[in-house]
Write a protein that binds this ligand. Structure first.
Ligand code: SAH
Length: 316
């Protein structure tokens, strides 16, 4: 029997077996870890504990509690208006990447600071380094184009000794560049992560945010709520998701040994068909698409490599 405080609204069928959120949110545990969550907890229409997912303050408090209860943080905050991640889906990406790396070493999950990961566009929330460091002890280099977001990520890192030991944040000064200028010549990573900006224009990003609010049934028109899905600049780039990945694929060919596996989320399945020919032309030796499901929401990781298994396998 799940604990009584477990919320069915948090239950996400299809999450990775090692994802601590796959059985939903244990609100009693979360409130113990972060008492600031308590005022936001109220019964869902079905009577189990939940929060108002259209209220940014409530979602921020939930995220803080999740990160404190399950991902080794003492505290966590975001500058107003920055992207507040849905934690369970982000955690899934990290565990699926761990499986991808394990597959190259006979199924043994790679743990420890010998594993070097790159996070392109870590955001103000720094979510992948937080999760990857706590779950597996990996080291991260986290890049970001937005100086305010990077400062927020650095502040999270600085407040936690285990992150300060393992996470380095670097500013990307040129938004059109992905790996260029942020990794040193000859620097090597076992894997790169990315949750790319997926809209093609600020207008599209704003429409996406309005759609998300409507789906959540948000009634407030306040600026905080409008910006809740993230700063428009976080959410768009020229050419949208395909444009971003096109640049990433092109740059990955310039230094194909810099990452054992290059990976990115791809929000729309149809975008894969536009990206596959680019990877074939780039002569990627292996391409994998790893499906993920969070309840109704389908997502996927695109992964490619230019190295044979013996060259990319982690020996740590
Ligand atoms: N990783 C976070 C944030 C994703 S939003 C999460 O999953 O929640 C995408 C982020 O990429 C934004 O913060 C945006 O500022 C950043 N970004 C956009 N172009 C970039 C580039 N060329 N290099 C690094 N970061 C970039």
């Amino acid at each position: 029997m799940p604990p009584r405080s477990l919320s069915p609204s948090g239950f996400k069928p299809g999450l990775h077996p090692r994802n601590p959120h796959r059985h939903g949110y244990d609100f009693a545990l979360l409130v113990r870890a972060s008492p600031e969550l308590a005022p936001f907890v109220r019964p869902s229409p079905r009577g189990s504990p939940s929060i108002d997912f259209a209220d940014p303050a409530a979602v921020t408090a939930l995220n803080r509690a999740l990160l404190q209860a399950h991902h080794g943080l003492r505290e966590w905050s975001l500058p107003p208006g920055y992207l507040c991640p849905a934690v369970p889906g982000r955690v899934d990406y990290v565990h699926h990447v761990a499986d991808l790396l394990a597959a190259d070493r006979g199924g043994e999950l790679p743990h420890g600071p010998g594993v070097r990961a790159l996070d392109i566009g870590t955001g103000a929330n720094c979510i992948y380094p937080i999760v990857g460091t706590h779950a597996y002890g990996w080291r991260f280099v986290a890049t970001e184009v937005d100086p305010a977001a990077l400062a927020a990520a650095r502040a999270i890192v600085a407040r936690h000794p285990h992150l300060a030991r393992g996470v380095e944040c670097r500013l990307q000064r040129t938004p059109a560049h992905i790996f260029r200028d942020v990794i040193a010549p000859g620097e090597r990573f076992h894997v790169s992560f990315c949750n790319p900006p997926f809209h093609g224009s600020p207008a599209e990003a704003a429409a996406g945010t309005r759609r998300k609010r409507r789906n959540l049934g948000a009634s407030s028109r306040s600026e905080t709520v409008l910006n809740f899905g993230g700063q428009p600049a976080e959410l768009w780039c020229p050419g949208g998701e395909v444009g971003f990945l096109r640049r990433m694929i092109a740059e990955s060919t310039a230094d194909p040994a810099s990452c054992g596996w290059f990976t990115s989320l791809v929000s729309k399945a149809e975008n894969l068909e536009r990206l596959r020919p680019l990877l074939a032309r780039a002569k990627a030796v292996e391409v994998r698409v790893i499906g993920m499901a969070q309840g109704q929401k389908q997502s996927r990781i695109l992964a490619w490599t230019f190295l044979p298994p013996e060259a990319r396998a982690i020996r740590a």
